[in-house]
Design a protein around this ligand. Structure first.
Ligand SMILES: [Fe+2]
Ligand SMILES: [Fe+2]
Length: 474
């Protein structure tokens, strides 16, 4: 307390010096000024804990004016007013102006020092509070910084986790390399284009930055459930696996040999001699017949659309058999192989397609186990609906348009578009940009995809996000 600076303001030099002396005697630092101007000049130069001022001052300005000016310059300074002609009104006005105390002349030095010490005690308490508050603010700022850092670390952890999961999906299914990232880029770009749309069905829809982040994660992870699907189904390019087709062709060859042997046996049984020329002729005849079957098998084995005429030809194979090593007559084609070859479009049978489609439910179960924070809470639901269609013909739940989150409708367009233009899928050819937009338009007409979102996708040229960039090598 002793090191505080005190300013004495009074126009009577003798009295002013007396007060300065008294204050210093009590151990305080003291300055003095004869009028308002000099007093304010000193206040601007340095901080005074207390200003003790006479009410009547020369130069047309009173102690009241001085208090008002000091409060504007330095609100921490306490003011004590001294006056010889005190009235209650004057005292009240001085306190209203912000004076801490009011001393009536004549007063004793003890009274003055006592008022000064009270003011300084109050001053010290306020300064302590200020310092405590500053410490608190510093602590809060520090904790806020730590919390922000922690949040940043968690976000980085999420990013790494998502990237690791994408790596896991794509190492399982290298034929769709980069698909998750491209779907994420397209989906976020379409959501941003929706944000820019004024009017129309989606004019009022706006995704926050948190929701854009949510939809990005949901898109990156939408196919994560493929890790639960058998790899050969994900990679199945033809209806029969190469070893199964070899198996059938080998049986066909064996059947040719068996038939030639039968013919020979018949010839010997009727007394004919061995004729090497006949063997070659019989084998060539058999092979010609078999070649047309092999050609038909190869055509059926492709994943493209199977015409009815080929399907009818396939039926002829159903009745062919060969002799198993056990002696049993066995069908040339196993029922499972026949079922595969009968698939009209694509390479998967119905049970196989169901297994691949189950990736959506696997994704949902996987994502639901992660405690996503508030703004990412909808990730499982968004990913769960990426194969649902507006007319209820989607899977796995077959839900209707109003039950499908808009983020999933956006993702569905990105997902189908990328699947169409992708050049790296083993089971289908890629189509041109123009053709893919035509197919998407057809799908909106069929009630599968959202027409308004596709319009935004095309008008905002969202597709350029991935089609204009060079693809990374798988
Ligand atoms: Fe999918
Ligand atoms: Fe996908």
């Amino acid at each position: 307390m002793k090191s505080h600076s005190i300013l004495i303001v009074d126009d009577e030099p003798g009295f002013r010096e007396l007060l300065v002396e008294a204050v210093r005697m009590d151990g305080f630092l003291a300055d003095s000024a004869p009028d308002v101007d000099e007093a304010l000049a000193l206040v601007q130069e340095k901080h005074f804990a207390v200003v003790i001022t006479d009410l009547m001052l020369p130069g047309g300005q009173s102690g009241m004016d001085l208090i008002g000016a000091i409060r504007k310059l330095d609100r921490r300074t306490f003011c004590i007013v001294m006056t010889g002609n005190a009235t209650t009104e004057v005292a009240i006005q001085a306190l209203k102006e912000g004076a801490y105390d009011f001393i009536q002349k004549p007063f004793t030095l003890v009274e003055l020092i006592s008022s000064l010490k009270r003011a300084l005690n109050h001053y010290a308490t306020l300064r302590e509070n200020e310092s405590y508050q500053a410490q608190l603010e510093e602590m809060v700022a520090e904790r806020t910084g730590e919390t922000m850092k922690l949040k940043e670390n968690i976000e980085q952890l999420f990013d790494s986790f998502v990237a690791a999961s994408v790596t896991a999906i794509e190492s399982r299914d290298p034929s769709t390399s980069g698909h998750s990232e491209r779907v994420a880029e397209l989906t976020v770009a379409l959501a941003e284009a929706v944000n820019r749309t004024e009017g129309g069905v989606y004019g009022a829809v706006h995704f926050s930055s948190g929701q854009l982040r949510e939809v990005r994660y949901a898109s990156l992870l939408h196919d994560v459930g493929k890790v639960g699907v058998r790899e050969h189904l994900l990679l199945k390019a033809k209806k029969l696996q190469p070893e199964r087709l070899d198996h059938v062709l080998q049986r066909l060859y064996q059947r040719d040999l068996e038939q030639v042997l039968d013919l020979y046996q018949q010839a010997w049984a009727t007394g004919h001699d061995f004729d090497p020329g006949l063997l070659s002729t019989l084998m060539k005849t058999r092979q010609r017949e078999s070649d047309s079957l092999v050609d038909m098998l190869r055509r059926c084995n492709e994943p493209y659309h199977l015409p009815q005429s080929t399907l009818d030809e396939l039926e002829a194979l159903e009745n062919l058999d060969f002799q198993h090593w056990s002696g049993r007559l066995t069908p040339l084609l196993d029922p499972n192989d026949l079922e595969s070859l009968r698939v009209r479009m694509g390479s998967l049978t119905v049970p196989e397609r169901e297994e691949v489609r189950a990736h959506v439910s696997h994704s949902y179960r996987f994502l639901s186990r992660i405690p996503w924070t508030g703004e990412l809470a909808n990730i499982p639901q968004i990913a769960y609906a990426h194969h649902e269609r507006l007319n209820g013909q989607g899977y796995p739940r077959g839900i209707q348009a109003e039950e499908i989150p808009v983020q999933s409708k956006i993702m569905a367009i990105s997902d189908v578009f990328d699947a169409l233009v992708a050049k790296d899928r083993t089971y289908k050819r890629s189509v041109s940009l123009e053709e893919s937009l035509d197919i998407l338009t057809e799908e909106t007409r069929a009630g599968l995809l959202d027409r308004n979102l596709l319009d935004i996708f095309i008008e905002a040229r969202v597709y350029e996000v991935t089609t204009m960039q060079p693809r990374e090598a798988p």
